[in-house]
Design a protein around this ligand. Structure first.
Ligand SMILES: [Fe+2]
Length: 337
């Protein structure tokens, strides 16, 4: 069985048990875990009468939609990180959302200037600092290259999408040459070869292998509240919201895209608009420990406990434009070696 046929078979298996006679439906392809999105979609169906069919996967959704071509059942792609959002657009599987509601609700810097994607929540890339060994409560991204941190920093691979976006933001802010110098400085400060994920970074700070680690805001909250085994890693660390010199904290998006051949386009747009609404924003941000994209929606208490987020003003599309440069620099400085 070819990969395409295998994918098609999986899709059929998921799509077949549609409620008979369900006139209104929308098909969502997502990288998010089903248990995270199910309560949200149930609320949408209750509000609108539109049934939501969810195709969940941990990788390959863009390729799958591309392979399905104009027969793809995909209406909406719900994904995380500008890296994946950008890959979907580059794959040619999206179309402009074209929604005045989205344009009014989602701040311009969290939307594609061409309308192909919109953020629905945010995560910040921050510092997990040892409570015992780090006295300061503020830090800049620039400072991470300061020799005072030599042998004290832990981080996952420089090619991981989360770091790629952070490094791309650095390129967008300071230019390629300064970004290279910074990456060399950061690399020189690492306690160990980049490895693991953000949770393992917290683990290594807790174990004393490093004083500060770089991780996303939601992992710390998940460890603290939802994962008793890893709670000690959160308890040993404090979250510091770093800022760029003269700027704010680097944020990334979880976002939505409208599929190019969406068979239920109107319902897809309805869902996207609903996701930016007040009720969905609260459910979604709270369940995922993310920052709501819609101004004025209350934060989850753990997230609020990090302090007031001043998100950097750099448009996310500008970060997307520097992804390739950032990736090239990571290889050039041997960041992961
Ligand atoms: Fe993640």
């Amino acid at each position: 069985m070819s990969r395409f046929r295998a994918a098609a078979a999986v899709l059929a298996a998921v799509l077949l048990p549609l409620p008979a006679g369900a006139a209104e439906q929308v098909n969502v392809y997502t990288y998010r875990e089903t248990k995270l999105v199910q309560p949200l979609f149930e609320a949408f169906t209750k509000d609108t009468g539109i049934a939501v069919n969810v195709i969940s996967a941990s990788s390959g959704l863009e390729q799958r939609i591309k392979a399905e071509g104009d027969k793809s059942p995909a209406d909406v792609l719900l994904t995380v990180d500008i890296g994946r959002i950008d890959e979907a657009v580059q794959a040619g599987i999206t179309q402009p959302i074209g929604s005045a509601v989205i344009d009014e609700t989602v701040p311009a810097r969290y939307r594609d200037p061409n309308g192909h994607w919109a953020g629905i929540s945010m995560r910040a890339r921050v510092i997990y600092a040892s409570k015992d060994r780090v006295k300061q409560d503020a830090i800049t991204y620039e400072e991470l290259a300061d020799p005072k941190w030599k042998g004290k920093i832990c981080i996952r691979s420089g090619q991981h999408i989360y770091n790629n976006a952070l490094f791309a933001a650095y390129v967008a802010k300071h230019g390629e040459a300064k970004a290279e110098e910074w990456l060399r400085g950061l690399k020189a400060n690492l306690a160990q070869k980049p490895s693991g994920g953000d949770r393992e970074t917290a683990r290594d700070v807790a174990a004393g292998k490093c004083d500060i680690g770089i991780g996303n805001t939601y992992y710390w909250a998940l460890m603290m509240n939802n994962d008793p085994d890893k709670k000690p890693w959160a308890e040993a660390t404090k979250v510091i919201l770093p800022t760029f010199e003269g700027g704010g904290t680097h944020v990334n998006l979880s976002g939505v895209l409208l599929a190019k051949h969406a068979p239920n386009k109107a319902n897809g747009i309805k869902l996207i608009e609903w996701l930016a609404g007040e009720k969905a924003q609260q459910i979604y941000a709270d369940a995922n420990y993310e920052y709501p994209i819609r101004p004025g929606v209350p934060l989850n208490p753990t997230i609020a406990g990090y302090g007031k987020l001043t998100a950097d003003s750099l448009p996310i599309a500008k970060i997307a434009a520097e992804r390739k440069t950032a990736s090239t620099l990571v290889d050039k400085v041997g960041f992961d070696n």
